[in-house]
Write a protein of this length. Structure first.
Length: 281
């Protein structure tokens, strides 16, 4: 049973806003699932990070629509958005610094109460203004997640849709969140392999530009996977995801070339920056 069951009472009747709100509810549900299972804390951090990123994106789109529709209470609405975005970001930073000191249930309750209250009371108030101004809705629909994250960076014009990325990760919640982030960024093809063996199978059946692999893959580890990939002639850069960056020393001893190490949990902005470093000429 989902922590928050989506219902028609959340719907504004503006497709892009309803779709964004569904993504946010889905992320809250995923965070709840991750906190209830004995999953890796990184799964919770990753979902929290995605929630922070997607909230930022959603608020930008919604504010664009409000501005274009001359919504009279836009200033107060923006203050609410800024407060929620800052609190969510603070929670994520605190979690990232010391996850064992954070009560995940409290974070979840706080964010879900805040967000649901905001949608039901404050977002509903903009509904008549947007329904009366569909041009404003179109303007907001055009806001790109990738462009928003990449603003002010050299990769703002990079064509993410041509990329094919393979994720080899044995934690399903983490793999799903990573896939959702990469898809939201605009990556054209995102393939997930949940086991070492499945990862090797995918290497043989698809061509990929970049590989993300977890340091730990059940009985095997990410280094074995890189060994196997290189033995099969796969030259795509590999980004190793790990909870402990010290593990890079072990890889160095093994003489393997890992293009980059990323410490979990990662944010969308960090993922984009990493992909850009590997892919943008
Ligand atoms: Fe909203
Ligand atoms: Fe809002």
């Amino acid at each position: 049973m989902a922590y928050i069951q989506w219902s028609s009472r959340f719907e504004l009747g503006i497709p892009f806003i309803d779709a964004d709100h569904k993504v946010l509810v889905d992320l809250l549900n995923r965070m709840n699932d991750a906190s209830r299972s004995d999953g890796d804390l990184a799964d919770i951090g990753e979902t929290l990070s995605a929630l922070v990123d997607y909230t930022h994106y959603h608020f930008a789109r919604e504010e664009r629509a409000q501005f274009a529709a001359h919504y009279p209470d836009i200033r107060e609405h923006r203050v609410q958005h800024a407060a929620l975005a800052n609190q969510a970001k603070d929670l994520f930073e605190t979690f990232r610094k010391n996850s064992s000191h954070v009560e995940v249930g409290d974070i979840l309750d706080f964010l879900s109460d805040w967000l649901m209250d905001h949608i039901l009371l404050h977002d509903m108030a903009i509904k008549p203004y947007l329904l009366a101004n569909l041009e404003a809705v179109s303007a907001a629909e055009g806001v790109s997640y990738a462009a928003l994250l990449a603003a002010n960076s050299k990769d703002a014009t990079f064509d993410w849709s041509r990329l094919s990325i393979l994720i080899v990760e044995d934690s399903k919640p983490f793999a799903n969140v990573l896939k959702a982030i990469l898809t939201n960024i605009g990556v054209g093809t995102v393939t997930v392999a949940l086991t070492f063996e499945e990862g090797l199978e995918k290497l043989g059946s698809l061509s990929c530009d970049l590989i993300f692999t977890d340091w730990r893959l059940g009985e095997n580890d990410g280094l074995d996977f890189v060994h196997q990939a290189r033995m099969r002639g796969i030259v795509a850069p590999v980004v190793m995801l790990t909870g402990y960056l010290d593990e890079s020393l072990e890889a160095a001893r093994e003489g393997l070339v890992i293009s980059e190490w990323l410490q979990k949990p990662v944010t969308s902005a960090e993922l984009m920056a990493c992909i850009a470093r590997q892919m943008v000429p």
